[in-house]
Design a protein around this ligand. Structure first.
Ligand code: 5AD
Length: 325
């Protein structure tokens, strides 16, 4: 798809059904009707970064911070495996309180006790640490670039650069991770041109997995007064990303389920082929409030949505569909 065509669909929401149907067809052709479940554990909400949109930002004094112990994370992962789920996603704020050894220990032990694929989503670390996590057994890594607009990236992420983000994505690939990236849709001041450039950047990076979600405002951030991202715009972007990237794993994300009660269902019908049910222990999950009113996707909810969409749950690990896996 040419840039002009992408922009056309972003600008004309009444044409959504056209891209949705095309995306659904391409999803069927490249991924089939199966939906992969990835169990996510949000194991720490500490973060040393200060991203303008995120409730975990270091300056937010209104949230109760928590850290799960290494043993707690491992035990929770074992529980996920016992349900037949084949991937665990370990996510946290950028929390350097977990040393490289701690993360390796978690990865190692989960690999010893289960046959699950492990996806890490723990932000920016030293290159050598990414290597160590991989050697310990991590299979995949998620790190969204959030926006392809270099100037806006700096505004959103004080002290961080888009250049380093993109460099890390390259390094992860070099270390043989299955790599996931993505961006937020409908950030304050973000233009359709920015969104279009985000989609084009994805084509360049050629990730194995792509996470997309609407901006959802969080009351303790500087962006608390901005409206949430629009559902049709979000689904249009998702569909366009399916059309342009073809054989990637694309989740119906929690943020989509948060802004629309049928969001997960709609996303599955617009190109998505993954759902990530939430396995963060009850006592912690209410404090992982990256944005307001975050829904918790239960395993039953995920199963229902898959069934209602006329699809079925995959029994495989759902490794990358690219690069000869
Ligand atoms: N709205 C939408 N998505 C958000 N994230 C963080 N804060 C928000 C928000 N307010 C997303 C980021 C991050 C992912 C874990 O959550 O894209 O990569």
């Amino acid at each position: 798809m040419e840039k002009g065509e992408i922009l056309f669909y972003l600008n004309n929401p009444e044409k959504f059904e056209i891209v949705r149907q095309l995306a659904d067809k391409i999803r069927m052709e490249y991924c089939g009707d199966s939906v992969h479940l990835r169990g996510i554990i949000e194991f720490s909400n500490y973060c040393h970064n200060n991203c303008c949109y995120c409730g975990l930002k270091r300056d937010n004094k209104n949230i109760i911070r928590y850290r799960m112990s290494v043993e707690e994370v491992i035990n929770r992962a074992v529980e996920i495996a016992s349900l037949g789920i084949k991937t665990v996603v370990l996510q946290s704020g950028d929390d350097l309180n977990y040393s490289c050894c701690d993360i390796c220990d978690i990865v190692n032990k989960i690999k010893e006790k289960t046959d699950m694929a492990i996806t890490l989503s723990i932000g920016e670390r030293e290159n050598s640490e990414y290597k160590a996590f991989k050697d310990a057994g991590a299979d995949r890594y998620l790190l969204r670039f959030e926006t392809s607009n270099e100037h806006y990236y700096k505004v959103l992420h004080p002290g961080q650069t888009l250049k380093r983000r993109l460099e890390i994505l390259d390094i992860l690939r070099k270390f043989d991770y299955q790599v996931g990236t993505g961006f937020i849709i409908g950030l304050p001041e973000e233009t359709d041109n920015d969104l279009c450039n985000n989609i084009i950047l994805l084509e360049d990076i050629s990730p194995d997995m792509i996470g997309l979600g609407p901006f959802v405002s969080q009351s303790d951030t500087p962006y608390n007064n901005y409206p949430n991202g629009d559902i049709t715009k979000t689904l249009t972007v998702l569909a366009l990303v399916r059309i342009t990237t073809k054989n990637t794993h694309i989740p119906a994300t929690t943020a989509i389920g948060t802004i629309d009660k049928d969001g997960l269902f709609k996303a599955l019908n617009s190109g998505a082929n993954v759902i990530m049910p939430d396995f963060t222990p009850m006592i912690y999950k209410e404090n992982y409030n990256i944005y307001d009113n975050k829904v918790s996707i239960s395993i039953d909810m995920a199963k229902d949505v898959v069934k209602n969409a006329g699809r079925y749950i995959s029994s495989s690990r759902g490794d990358t569909l690219k690069r000869g896996y």
